[in-house]
Each structure stands twice: as structure tokens, then as C-alpha cells.
Ligand binder design. Structure first.
Ligand code: NAD
Length: 486
């Protein structure tokens, strides 16, 4: 399905608007450098309009029952489902994702809206539940939405990362201003079309695109009552500092440098598959990418040739071609950042076991899947988030050594365990300091699970009931049953 060149506007109060000062920026197809269209760059005044619309809509939206909100969330899911082919084509053209991955994104977003449609319905039954107090008093608990939610997302999983926030916030009864990345607006703004077609009331969902100033304007806005941010640690710290000035509750989903631990009782082919899934999916532009491989010393000789052969066999190319295994970097800045780590590796005296270079193809932002073996723990490649298709490998002697090395990181987003001993796997799952653990699995995430990091990887949780709880305040009502005085 061809993607037509177009102009993406801001979605505010159920209307499509140009930025106040008319500024736009080009949207690039990273596979070949062609311009897909132009997107509006929202000003602080545009953000103000969006927040004001969300604020006006809040009372009406939050007064609806969970079932009513859930019904509309289901309609958004229906809209996305009916446009799945277009969503996939956008994800391929705008992000450079291979077809299979673009399809997984579409299905993930749809499943998230469906899940929170059900959670919204379930919320009604949880309202005003009795709490046992001492005799003479009755108590009950309610969960109430915080108000206008400012949602800021990066470019690596458009529609998905935003869906995790928007669907949970709407289910809770918040209205939202979503700030999408200016690099990947196509599917984020398609959500506005889906909201319109689903007959969402004006102002419930507002979508602005822009750069750092647009994000800042959301964080600083006095009517924003909740902030949920996904992105880098540097910006996350700024967001938190701004939010702290008004004591606004803030959820942060930040970076990672996740470990994958491979034990010697694994099948080397199976292990290599999970290792490649963990680092080369979305060309490594995944916050939870398992970019640090820890391999049991006795298993290195068996695993190494299989893993390198599998990595070298990954087909780079047009992501619209079903035989393509890995697409380009999504943005030029990210492409340059990965290249800078190849320079750092050289300066540190490291040589890649495979990859370690760009691939020149039709002006696309392609980087060869890369493996560095025996990386010292002091190396910047071992410690810092690269956010690209670069795997660093070290060995470990025993279980304690594996846990120590895996946990020796500022981050704690995710980890994968590969091995046949179930009791050992269960022990490791407890000992690893990370928010999500996979055992003998590709790094799959379901709407019912929780998502979020330990340590510098973030604060709070998305998905599941925990995601929705982040948009609600708990209210307790105490009623005296007799004329008892205290
Ligand atoms: P980024 O922090 O540069 O940008 C994220 C978003 O914040 C963008 O929309 C950007 O325009 C906006 N922004 C930039 N400066 C801002 C400011 N001062 N105030 C408010 N908003 C501002 O991150 P990125 O490069 O777009 O994304 C990559 C990072 O995101 C990586 O570190 C990755 O690990 C992280 N990430 C984390 C998760 C997670 O769930 N933990 C998921 C995806 C990506």
C-alpha cells in the first residue's frame, strides 16, 4: 500500500489546525531519505489551546461511567483495526520498521485500547467499595481521575508507546494532550482521526507535534495535572524537575542497558535466536534491548560461531520487502549516535567481531548488526545506552557472577534468562534488578503485564491495572453512623 505525501496538522478540540506561527518540518523516510510530507511544529500557544480544550472536556469525560468510556475506547480499537494495513504502511515508511515488526506494533496498539476498554468497564465495580472501620463508622473508597494528562513520547514505537499512555489515561477518566515526536507523526496523528471517527467528545484527546519546546510547554502548563514521559534520562530529569516545581505526579519511562544471561545448558541455536531478537529488533532502537550478553564461560565456544553467523545473515534492506530482517535507524541523529560509538570502540581499542560499520544503500540510514566480544566492564559501550544494533558480550563463571555483572548497571529496565534449569531461572528472576524478566523468550510485552524500570530506568509503571492507577487518585470517604464525637 503506497503512502501519499501529506501535511500533518495538530489535533486540538476535534479540529485539525496548523501551528500558530505556521511552522512545519519535513518528515523523512529513513530507508531512502525521501520526504513523506511536512508536520506542524506546535508553539507554546498551541499547547495552551490543547490543554485548555482538554481542561474544558475533563468534567464531562470524568463524569461518564467506566462502561461509557470503555465503549468509546473499544470504538477507537475498531477504527485502528479497520485501518491496520495503513498503520503498517505508515510504520514501515515513517520508522523504517520491517513489515512483521510494523504488524506487531499495530496489533499491540489495538490490543492496548481493547484491554483498557475492559479495564474502564471493570473500574465501575471497584468504585465505592466498603472498607471495614471501627463500629459507628462506615468507609468506602473511590478512584478518581487526576485531570488533564500531559503525555510525551519518543519516536521508536509510534502509536504503541502513546497507546499505553492514552488508553490508560482515558480509561481512568483523564483527558489528554499527547505530544508525539516530530520525526514519526503519521500514526500518532492517525489516532486523532480514529478518535474523531469513534465520536469522542471534543477536547478529550488532543495531539500536538513538535520538539523540546513543545514538550517543555506541556510540563510547565499550570492546568496539566499529571505527566507521563517516555524518553531519554537527560530529558526525563528535566521533566521531573519542572514537574517538581508544581508537585505534579510524574511517570518516567527512561533508558536501559539490559542484560541477557545465557547458561551452558542451552541449545546454542535457540540461545542465538533469543539474543538476536533481544538486540536487533527495531534495529536495536528499543529501550529494553538486551544489549549486554553475559555468556557462561563453558558455553562461549559453542555459542560464538552460531551467534556471529546468525547476526551476519540478518538481511538489511527495504523494510517493505518481507524478506528484510532489519531496517534502517529511524532518525539521522540516532544513526550518527551509533556511529559515534564505533569511534569510541576504536579509541578504547575494541574491534567488532562482526559489523561495526554503516551500510551504504539508497541514502538510507543503515547500520550493520554489530557484536563486540570481551568488552571490559569499564567500557562506555558496556555501560551506556547506544540505542542501536550493537551487542556487547562478556563471560561469567557461575550464577553469582552472572547476577553481579547483570546488576552492575545504572539501569534496570529488563533482563532475559536463557537456560534449562527451571529452579535456577526462577532464582535469577528474583535476583535480577529489573522491571521485566523474560525466561527463554523473545522480549514480548502484553497489555496485561506491567512495564517500567528499576533504578535509572524510570519511576512508576505502565500497562495492566498499574498503568491506569497512575492516572487516578484514591479517595476515601468516612461517614459517622451515630452521633459519636471525637
Ligand atoms: P528524548 O528524551 O530526546 O525525547 C523524548 C520526547 O521528549 C520527544 O517527544 C521530545 O521531543 C521530547 N522532549 C525533548 N526535550 C524535552 C524537554 N526539555 N521537555 C519535554 N519534552 C522534551 O528521547 P528520544 O531520543 O526521542 O528517545 C530515545 C530514548 O527514549 C532512549 O533513551 C530510550 O531508552 C527511551 N525510551 C524508553 C522507553 C521505556 O519504556 N522505558 C521506551 C521507549 C524509549
Amino acid at each position: 500500500m503506497a503512502v501519499e505525501p501529506r501535511r500533518w496538522r495538530l489535533f486540538i478540540d476535534n479540529r485539525w489546525l496548523d501551528a500558530g506561527d505556521g511552522e512545519t518540518t519535513p518528515v523523512i523516510n529513513p530507508t531512502n531519505g525521501t520526504v513523506l510530507g511536512r508536520v506542524a511544529m506546535a508553539t507554546a500557544a498551541d499547547v495552551d489551546k490543547a490543554v485548555a480544550a482538554a481542561h474544558r472536556a475533563f468534567t464531562g469525560w470524568s463524569d461518564r461511567s467506566g462502561v461509557e468510556r470503555g465503549t468509546l475506547l473499544d470504538k477507537i480499537a475498531d477504527q485502528l483495526q479497520s485501518r491496520r494495513e495503513e498503520i503498517v504502511a505508515n510504520q514501515v515508511a515513517n520508522s523504517g520498521k520491517p513489515l512483521v515488526e510494523a504488524g506487531i506494533d499495530a496489533d499491540d496498539a489495538i490490543a492496548t485500547y481493547r484491554y483498557y476498554a475492559d479495564e474502564a468497564c471493570r473500574l465501575d465495580a471497584r468504585q465505592d467499595t466498603d472498607v471495614q472501620l471501627i463500629e459507628g463508622f462506615a468507609g468506602r473508597t473511590r478512584f478518581e481521575p487526576l485531570g488533564v494528562a500531559g503525555l510525551i513520547v519518543p519516536w521508536n514505537f509510534p502509536l504503541v508507546t502513546s497507546g499505553w499512555k492514552v488508553a490508560a489515561a482515558l480509561a481512568a477518566g483523564c483527558t489528554v494532550v499527547l505530544k508525539a515526536s516530530e520525526f514519526t507523526p503519521s500514526n500518532e496523528l492517525l489516532l486523532g482521526e480514529a478518535a474523531l471517527a469513534a465520536s469522542l467528545p471534543a477536547g478529550v484527546v488532543n495531539i500536538v507535534t513538535g520538539g523540546p519546546d513543545c514538550g517543555r510547554a506541556i510540563c510547565e502548563h499550570p492546568l496539566v495535572a499529571k505527566i507521563s514521559f517516555t524518553g531519554s534520562n537527560r530529558v526525563g530529569q528535566e521533566v521531573m524537575a519542572t514537574a517538581a516545581r508544581r508537585s505534579v505526579p510524574t511517570t518516567l519511562e527512561l533508558g536501559g542497558k539490559s542484560a541477557i544471561v545465557a547458561f551452558g545448558d542451552s541449545d546454542p541455536y535457540e540461545a542465538a535466536q533469543w539474543i538476536c531478537d533481544g538486540i536487533f529488533y527495531n534495529a536495536g532502537q528499543v529501550c529494553s534491548a538486551t544489549s549486554r550478553l553475559l555468556v557462561e564461560r563453558s558455553f562461549e565456544a559453542a555459542l560464538r560461531p552460531v551467534l556471529l553467523e546468525k547476526t551476519e545473515a540478518i538481511r538489511l534492506g527495504d523494510p517493505a520487502d518481507p524478506s528484510t530482517g532489519m531496517g534502517p535507524m529511524t532518525t539521522r541523529a540516532q544513526y550518527n549516535k551509533v556511529i559515534s560509538y564505533f569511534d569510541i570502540a576504536r579509541q578504547e581499542g575494541l574491534s567488532p567481531s562482526c559489523g561495526g560499520h554503516v551500510v551504504d544503500r539508497n541514502g538510507g540510514l543503515f547500520i550493520a548488526p554489530t557484536v563486540y566480544w570481551d568488552v571490559p566492564p569499564t567500557s562506555r559501550l558496556w555501560r551506556e545506552e547506544i540505542f542501536g544494533p550493537v551487542l556487547c558480550v562478556r563471560s561469567f563463571s557461575d550464577e553469582d557472577d552472572a547476577v553481579r555483572q547483570a546488576n552492575e548497571s545504572d539501569y534496570g529496565l529488563a533482563a532475559t534468562i536463557v537456560g534449562q534449569d527451571q529452579q535456577r531461572n526462577a532464582r535469577l528472576a528474583r535476583r535480577l534488578r529489573a522491571g521485566h524478566i523474560w525466561i527463554n523468550s523473545a522480549p514480548v510485552v502484553f497489555p496485561q503485564s506491567s512495564w517500567g524500570g528499576f533504578k535509572a530506568s524510570g519511576i512508576g509503571r505502565e500497562l495492566g491495572p498499574w498503568g491506569m492507577a497512575g492516572y487516578m487518585g484514591t479517595k476515601h470517604i468516612t461517614e459517622a453512623r451515630s452521633a459519636l464525637t471525637v
